[in-house]
Every structure is written in C-alpha cells, then in structure tokens.
Design a protein around this ligand. Structure first.
Ligand code: ADP
Ligand code: MG
Length: 559
C-alpha cells in the first residue's frame, strides 16, 4: 500500500514509424532532402576525422567527397550514395535502429569541447530524418562501411514496418549507399527530372558536390555564408540572377549576419528595374527564401518580410530553425517573428542610410518603389514601423522648388515657432495646390505644407497619424478647427475701423442663418472663419479631400 512503481513508456514501433513517416513532414518530397542532408553530414564528419586523426586511423584519405544519386525508372528505384564516414554495426543499430536518436548530435557533443569543428556544417540533430524515406519506400537497403582500417561492410534492410535486418556484406564501398525501392504511388522519384527539381529546390547549396546520374547539380555557392568583403560584384550578380530567376542587375544589396536575438545570415537584393504588374499585385509571393544550414526550408515564404517588401529578393539562413518544422508550426513560431522583425528593421535602416548618403540613388529608388513604402504605412499596425517608413517618404512643399522633394525629417527642421502639426494638402498638381483656397490660411502664417499629388498620398499620411510626436493634419481639417468668438469679434472690429466691403457682424450672422436654412442637411454646418484671405468661402470635408479633387479632375477630363 502506498508503494509507487516506476514504469517506462512503451511504444508501438510500427505506429511510431508511421507517425514519423507520414505526419512529420507536409510533403513527401522532403525525404530526398533528408537523405542528402545525412550524406552531407557523413562527408563533413569524414573531413573532420581526416583532419584530426593519424593517417593510419582512417582509410581512403584521398576519396572524393561527393554525393551520387541514381534513378532507375524501370525498376522504380532511387539510389543515394556518399563516400562519407560510414557506419559500424553498432552505429547502424544505434542510429538507424533507434527512432529520434541522432548520431550527428552525438558526434557534435563529443567534439564540442575540442572546439575545432564548425557545428554549422552539420545538419542533423533530431534523429528522425532518415525515417521520412518510408513515406515513399516499400523497402530500403542501406549498405555501409566505416572508415576505420579493417572495417566490415554491412547491409541494413527494412520495410519500415517495425523491424530491420542487418547482415555482413562483401563488396561494400567505404561510406553509405541507400537503395530505395519506391512504392508504386511514389514512382515519380525514380524520374531524373523530378529528382533534379527536388535537389535544386532544397539541397542546392549543400557543401559537397551532388551528382545526378553522373552530372553535377549544385554549382552555385551559398554566398550568404561567405565573408561580405570576399564576395565580388560578379559573384553577387550571378547569385542574384540565380535566386531571383532574372537577368537584371541588383540596384542595392544588403549582406549581414546577426547573433542576437537570433542567428541570421542574410543576403537581400533590390531589383534594378521598375516593378512590373507581377510585383505590384499583393497576391505575389515574397521573394526571400528561408534556409537552415544551407538546406532550404521554404522557398517563397511570406514569413520573412512583410508583404509590402515583396520586391526584395534574397536568402535568409538561420541555424536556429529545426529542419523538420511543418509549415503550420513555422507560421506560429516566435523565432520566425523575430527573424522577420530583424530583417524588416535592417531593410528600413539600410534605405534610410541610402537616403542620407546617396540621395540621388535613393530618389531613383523612391520613384520606382515609393508606392510600396506607402503600402507599408497603410498596412502595418505598428506605429514605430509606420514612422520608420515615414522617414523615407518624399514630398514637394510650398517652399521647395518644382520637382524638389523633402522628407519629414527636413520638414520638422523648418517648423515655425508655435507650430506643432505637420500640414498636408491634397491637390492634383503644384499649380492647383499653390492656388488652392485651402492653402491660403497656412500661407498667411508662412507654414510649410506638404503637397500630395497622388490620390492615395492623403490616405497614407492619414494612416501615418503622427511623426516624431507631431500630428499629420490635413489643411482642411485645420480650416475646420473652430474660429473662436474672440478671433471673429476682433476681425469685425478691425473691419469697422477701416473702410471695407466686408460684411458687418449682423449681416454675416444673417447670411449664415440663410445659408444654413437653404443648404439644410446637405452640409454639416456653416460657420465663420478668419483663416481665409483671397477667397470669400470654402467647402471642407473632414478627411480624404483628395477624393473630391480627383473626382473633379476626372470629370473635367471626361466632359
Ligand atoms: P539526424 O540527421 O537528425 O541525426 P537522421 O534520422 O536523419 O537524424 O539520421 C540518424 C543518424 O543516422 C544520423 O545522425 C547518423 O549518425 C546516421 N546516418 C544517417 N545517414 C547516414 C549516412 N549517409 N552516413 C553515415 N551516417 C548516417
Ligand atoms: Mg538527418
């Protein structure tokens, strides 16, 4: 009584294998990626051992560190062979016979203290990748021989249904060869073109050469892992064209690495050309691919940069991301959110620096891609990000020359004493803006006013809300601000004291009463203002005055 017994969990191996094989990965093609990653790890381990052991401790020191893939359509077979470190019998039982046991992780932790191995080159860590082969295989034979002198070759066989066999085998090459008998429904993986596509998609930057039926597939270097200073313009050009699938030259590039809050290595490119309809569409997928240790996780992922930066192309690699995350898990991962936030602020910082250090290049960029920045302000909910983008906007004002644009930082430098707000005016052209009755009131005070010539500019500034604690205020809104009784009384007094055609206070009150009655509920209100100069009256709306201007211009054009 009261005695507690400790029990070990038992697992139904067959079921467990089924879960690993069928539920861990969203697409079955990733088994190719997993086997190539293992081959690459085996080669990295061989390289390490070869460098650190006595020459007589290891055989075939001069072997070719390559991965070879062969397809056989007729027999529905796929073979993946590496000349890596190979496995002993114990290692076979241990690594391929124990689910969720990673020989690679073990290898690394044994060597950690020596500090002499670059851990980022080893991909495996969870000990489940190998079993993904059973998503597509009805039968798998693994031929392997360890690299120690006198090692014996073995053949490991399994159908992935709970048991495996091991037997000694002659004529086995040092390294590992995996022979996969495909299930009929997966026969596509015995097709050379299909395999070429899968390898190019996921494993194109793997550290060792990959040959498919004798031809090398991976000829492009994982440039993002190189030292920025060592990369030539030509290398960037080739790489950009490769990943962006285009023929232009990038206008800007960003290459950086961070370790906190996440480890990231990234190369990002801004295209040279103006955006096409393709980039314009919000349905277009973003152009930054996510890698971990040179292996692709997702090619066109929306997760790396916000949608408004969809014209940026590039690669992000983070060794912190586990390979076998499903799409759904990725989407909800806080790690991914951290990466996105780091990348976005890098891009914004980069553009800001361009705008101050190379204003001419920046202006060209702004002309082509300014619309995307504006989309960013309208679509982001983060006020800091809005303002970081806001810094990059450019407008003409009443004080600039024709076609000269300034940023909001400059605007703030020109603030008048007592001026708190940033004013903007929507009008289809500079001429109409300068002659606008709405502009009058501010002109009187010598305030600077941003001119918005595009219909959406006003929406953008409205959505920006404020910039460095200064509210963005439409001039119409400014006019609508109530004129105080003192102000209007003062005006009427002034008018009395000099000969003028202005109306008296009584006449004005009568006029207002008359207008209110005549206009009825067509208007919200009719009131005095002291803010006009040349014009007797104006009509104002609270927000989006540009809509009126642009509807007007259009109807002019139509009539
Ligand atoms: P992980 O790669 O995450 O460790 P896997 O299930 O992919 O897990 O592989 C399990 C283990 O089997 C590896 O850690 C490694 O020790 C061993 N292994 C798999 N493939 C090979 C190979 N081609 N050569 C040598 N060892 C291998
Ligand atoms: Mg693996």
């Amino acid at each position: 009584k009261g005695e507690t017994n400790k029990h070990e969990f038992k697992a139904e191996t067959k079921m467990l294998l089924d879960i690993v094989a069928k539920s861990l990965y969203s697409e079955n093609e990733v088994f190719v990626r997993e086997l190539i990653s293992n081959a690459s790890d085996a080669i990295e381990k061989f390289r390490y051992i070869a460098n650190t052991s006595e020459p007589d401790q290891i055989v075939e020191l001069d072997r070719k560190c390559e991965i070879h893939i062969e397809t056989n359509k007729q027999d529905m077979k796929l073979v993946i062979q590496d000349r890596g470190i190979g496995m002993t019998k114990d290692e076979l039982i241990d690594s391929l016979g124990t689910i969720a046991k990673s020989g690679s992780k073990n290898f690394l932790s044994q060597l950690k203290d020596s500090g002499s191995i670059d851990a980022t080159n080893i991909i495996g860590q969870f000990g489940v990748g190998f079993y993904s082969v059973f998503m597509c295989a009805s039968h798998v034979d693994v031929y392997t021989k360890s690299s120690s002198p006198g090692a014996i070759g073995y053949k490991w066989s399994s159908e992935g249904t709970g048991s495996f066999e091991i037997q000694e085998c002659d004529d086995v090459d040092v390294g590992t060869k995996i022979v996969i008998q495909l299930k009929p429904e997966c026969r596509e993986y015995a097709d050379e073109d299909r395999i070429r596509n899968v390898v190019k998609k996921y494993s194109n930057f793997v550290g060792s050469p990959i040959f498919l039926n004798g031809n090398q597939l991976n000829l492009v270097q994982p440039l993002w892992l190189m030292e920025p200073k060592e990369i030539t313009d030509e290398q960037h050009l080739q790489f950009y064209r490769y990943i962006a699938n285009s023929f232009d030259t990038p206008r800007f590039k960003i290459h950086f690495k961070t370790d906190v809050p996440v480890s990231i290595r990234a190369v990002l490119y801004f295209p040279e050309g103006k955006p096409g309809l393709f980039e314009m569409s919000r349905d277009t997928e973003t152009g930054v691919a996510l890698y971990t240790r040179k292996i692709l996780i997702q090619s066109k992922t929306e997760l790396m940069l916000p949608k408004w930066l969809r014209f940026v192309k590039g690669v992000v690699d983070s060794e912190d991301i586990p390979l076998n995350l499903s799409r759904e898990l990725l989407q909800n991962s806080s790690l991914i959110r951290k990466i996105q936030s780091v990348l976005t602020s890098r891009v914004l910082k980069f553009l800001y620096e361009k705008s101050t250090k190379e204003p001419e290049n920046y202006e060209k960029f702004y002309k082509d891609y300014g619309l995307f920045l504006k989309e960013g302000i309208v679509t982001t909910h983060d006020q800091k990000e809005k303002e970081d983008i806001g810094k990059l906007l450019r407008f003409e004002t009443n004080k600039t020359g024709d076609n000269v644009k300034i940023g909001l930082d400059d605007y703030l430098k020109h603030l008048k004493e007592n001026q708190k707000d940033i004013y903007y005016l929507a009008a289809p052209s500079r001429q109409l803006a300068l002659n606008s009755p709405y502009f009058e009131s501010l002109k009187k005070n010598d305030y600077e006013v941003l001119f918005c010539y595009e219909p959406y500019d006003e929406l953008v500034l409205m959505q920006l809300i404020s910039f460095k604690n200064h509210n963005l205020v439409s001039v119409e809104k400014e006019i609508r601000r109530a004129t105080s009784t003192e102000e209007s009384d003062k005006l009427f007094e002034e008018n009395l004291s000099k000969p003028t055609d202005s109306l008296s206070k009584k006449d004005t009150d009568d006029l207002i009463r008359y207008l209110r009655k005549e206009l009825g509920n067509k208007v919200q209100t009719v009131k005095y203002t002291t803010k006009l100069d040349q014009h007797p009256c104006v009509i104002t709306v609270e927000d989006m005055a540009s809509a009126r201007h642009f509807i007007k211009t259009q109807s002019h054009q139509l009539s």
